[in-house]
Design a protein around this ligand. Structure first.
Ligand SMILES: [Zn+2]
Ligand SMILES: [Zn+2]
Ligand SMILES: [Zn+2]
Length: 478
């Protein structure tokens, strides 16, 4: 049994707490998805069984909608696809991802009577749907999905009352968990994990949740736990303490985080960091030059300028006009730098885009400088064991490696590894990537210290021959 129990967490409703002390990096519990679907937009590029991205996937000959890595993945998924397959065939097209997810949940409930195992701590009936808090517009949208559901749900299946269907749509809306691809780079689908739904939010949480397919090989289909999440402790958690995760990125001022949470999850965050507004001052920091700070009017003008510039920057980036992006970023930084402090979110956002785009344009030396500033800011803002921070350090390490700054690159790789071993664990594909990188940078650093010219000529050869390769995939130079 997992060391967790459900308890009443006051105005937050139900919550989960631990029944014994947990240490940093420990998996509090792991859970397979009750049901999950690939996003509509990626249905041709992502395997509907293991959710990995796949070039030229194998298509289901029946519905022509589902795609798989290969027949092994297809066979593993047949149990959950069978009824869906004939329903799609019957109406001639696949409905949207939310309708597909609700239908999969219902087929699963009918098969398993709703409770999959003793480890499941709640039934789906008891999960929040927040229907009463929905705006009339959202409710209208939900009802459209419900209509689509009834067109899709097979006439010969057990009829389902509308109230229950509406409950499931509301529940999926606020409890659906976004699934990312194998390297955590892209959101590819959405799934329902009942136990995870019981874990409440805190802007400065004691746990993180990651998708980890585990160690099974594709052949081991009986254990093919395709969509498995792990709730991992970020630090020591005492017996009886509530488990929390963050539903939103911490890098928003408390007022903005509260707004995001209210809009998507229908509650007012009263976590310690929101109440005290801690770090808000850093996130809106104004530069102090020898005791002199810009006036409120100037700060407001640069704030407004930044917001407008970011819109233009995003437009140019979407168009692939990277020279324009860099030009706009430089213009923006010229205005921001004298006014904003190092941890100001507007400044960090522009610095981060500048570094990313310069890396993309292979101007790694300049990119590394900007990346370093982003990282210094993030380090002051994020919790020390945050997965976002770990991933950011990893990206900055790659930029430094490309720039030939091997000493910094190696120390950053080690720093990222120390975080990811806690947030992702030793068996996660990203941690394995980092381990391979660490071996490489360690070797290069040794060479660099022994004989710098040899190091540089080796690097030239490696760079022209093959960019930093790890686990068969090329690390994106962002
Ligand atoms: Zn697959
Ligand atoms: Zn099919
Ligand atoms: Zn909060």
């Amino acid at each position: 049994m997992d060391p967790v129990e459900v308890f009443s967490a006051g105005e937050k409703g139900r919550g989960l707490r631990v029944t014994k002390e947990i240490s940093a990096g420990e998996v509090v519990f792991a859970e397979a998805s009750f049901a999950a679907v690939v996003f509509d937009s990626l249905s041709l590029q992502v395997c509907h069984s293991c959710f990995r991205r796949k070039v030229n996937p194998h298509r289901c000959a029946q519905c022509k909608f589902a795609h798989y890595c290969d027949r092994t993945c297809q066979r593993a998924a047949w149990d959950e696809h069978e009824q869906e397959c004939s329903a799609i065939k019957k109406i001639g097209h696949a409905p949207n991802e939310t309708v597909r997810l609700v239908a999969r949940i219902l087929w699963r409930i009918q098969k398993d009577t709703g409770l999959v195992s003793d480890a499941q701590l709640t039934t789906l009936d008891l999960l929040e749907d927040h229907l009463s808090k929905l705006s009339s517009e959202d409710l209208k949208e939900l009802k459209v999905d419900v209509q689509h559901f009834y067109k899709y749900w097979p006439k010969n299946s057990k009829p389902i009352g509308e109230d229950y269907v509406v409950h499931l749509f509301g529940m999926v809306n606020c409890n659906g968990f976004t699934l990312s691809d194998q390297r955590g780079l892209q959101a590819v689908g959405v799934g329902l994990f009942p136990n995870l739904c019981l874990v409440n939010h805190d802007c400065w949480p004691n746990c993180t949740v990651i998708l980890n397919p585990g160690n099974q090989t594709a052949l081991d289909t009986s254990l093919h736990s395709k969509r498995r999440i792990e709730l991992r402790a970020l630090g020591k958690i005492s017996e009886g303490e509530e488990l929390t995760i963050s539903y939103v990125d911490f890098l928003n001022v408390s007022k903005d985080r509260q707004q995001l949470l209210k809009k998507k999850y229908y509650f007012d965050c009263r976590c310690e960091h929101c109440i005290s507004g801690s770090k808000d001052d850093l996130m809106t920091a104004v530069r102090d030059t020898h005791g002199h700070k810009s006036s409120a009017d100037v700060v407001k003008a640069v704030n407004d300028f930044s917001l407008q510039a970011l819109v233009k920057i995003e437009e140019a980036r979407t168009e692939g006009n990277f020279h324009e992006v860099v030009k706009l970023c430089h213009e923006c930084l010229e205005k921001q730098d004298p006014v904003f402090g190092d941890t100001n979110l507007h400044l960090l956002r522009v610095l981060s885009i500048t570094s990313e785009v310069l890396s993309f344009m292979h101007q790694f030396g300049e990119a590394a400088g900007y990346a370093q500033r982003v990282l210094d800011g993030y380090t002051k803002l994020y919790p020390p064991n945050s997965a976002q921070l770990g991933m950011a350090i990893m990206r900055v390490a790659v930029t430094h490696w490309h720039a030939g700054l091997i000493e910094t690159a190696h120390s950053l790789v080690c720093r990222a590894y120390a975080i990811l071993i806690i947030t992702h664990g030793a068996h996660h594909p990203i941690t394995k990537d980092l381990e391979a990188m660490r071996t490489q940078t360690e070797m290069e650093l040794r060479l660099f210290k022994q004989n710098e010219p040899v190091y540089h000529s080796m690097r030239e050869a490696v760079l022209t021959d093959k960019p930093l390769m790890v686990s068969g995939g090329q690390i994106k130079a962002t």
